[in-house]
Write a protein that binds this ligand. Structure first.
Ligand code: CAA
Length: 241
């Protein structure tokens, strides 16, 4: 039977491309989303992938949401922690709620989704967890003290949990996309965005499908020796050691 994959923020942007690529690779896919019903319904109509609404920032909602997915589609073997938000501001203008919202979604959200699934993955002796971090968690970014902190936290989480999952058949990895042509990046002021593109050696923004292909590789049975890894896909913008 096909393994079941759950993709958070799976109906738009990079998450949408991941959901579609996993379905095309033969997995049963559940796509979580938090707020945009219109986009989620359009995604469902276009792809036939089931959508489930809850906020990853809410632990109890994650637990209940995962139970619903598992009741409908079977045990979740593959978790893609993709949901993320930005609340960019230079630090001198950053409000405490801009800090909290980003940490709650982009860092605690990863805990909230992984923790309820962890014991059943351990019991079954198989799991694949891939968290979508960011180039800005590796290098930092002006205007993103909140986002860079959360995304760097995701990398520490990945490396620690990889050690705990290793003997139980669970791999835990992270992908650090660079600037990908999604709504999130298009929200950056055009002038700033053009400066960013000028700093990308490949000379363009990335495509969501380029990140989705990394996910399909990392969740495969054949990738069982890769754990605790950070896979950068950023057009050469930042080369982490
Ligand atoms: N380095 C140094 N100085 C910078 C700078 C940088 N990278 N970016 C802006 N500044 C400077 C400006 O030149 C300006 O200087 P002066 O005051 O001397 O003129 C000062 O910072 C403040 O500028 P503003 O008054 O315009 O500040 P603002 O509040 O309007 O906006 C900002 C600042 C929100 C940081 C805006 O520049 C911005 O959106 N930058 C892009 C941030 C970014 O890259 N976000 C990534 C979003 S996509 C994503 O997150 C996905 C992913 O994982 C890659």
């Amino acid at each position: 039977m096909a393994r079941t994959a759950l993709v958070t923020g799976g109906t738009r942007g990079i998450g949408k491309a991941i959901s579609i690529a996993l379905k095309e690779a033969g997995y049963t896919v559940a796509a979580n989303y938090a707020g945009n019903d219109e986009a989620a319904n359009a995604f469902k109509a276009e792809t036939g992938i089931e959508v489930f609404k809850w906020s990853v920032a809410d632990y109890d909602a994650c637990k209940a949401g995962i139970e619903k997915v598992e009741a409908e589609l079977g045990p979740v073997d593959i978790l893609i922690n993709n949901a993320g938000i930005t609340r960019d501001a230079p630090f001198h203008k950053m409000k405490p709620e801009q800090w909290r919202e980003v940490i709650d979604t982009n860092l605690s959200g990863v805990f909230n989704m992984t923790h309820p699934l962890w014991n059943s993955m351990r019991d079954r002796g198989f799991g694949r967890i891939v968290t979508i971090s960011s180039i800005n968690g590796q290098k930092g970014q002006f205007g993103q003290a909140n986002y860079s902190a959360a995304k760097a936290g995701d990398l520490g989480f990945t490396k620690a949990l990889a050690q705990e999952g290793a003997r139980k058949g669970i791999t835990v990895n992270a992908i650090c996309p660079g600037y990908i042509a999604t709504d999130m990046v298009m929200a950056v002021p055009e002038e700033v965005r053009n400066q960013i593109i000028a700093g990308i050696p490949v000379g363009r923004l990335g495509e969501a499908e380029e990140i989705a292909r990394c996910v399909v590789f990392l969740v495969s049975e054949e990738a069982g020796f890769i754990t605790g890894a950070t896979l950068s896909a950023n057009g050469g913008q930042y080369m982490a050691g």
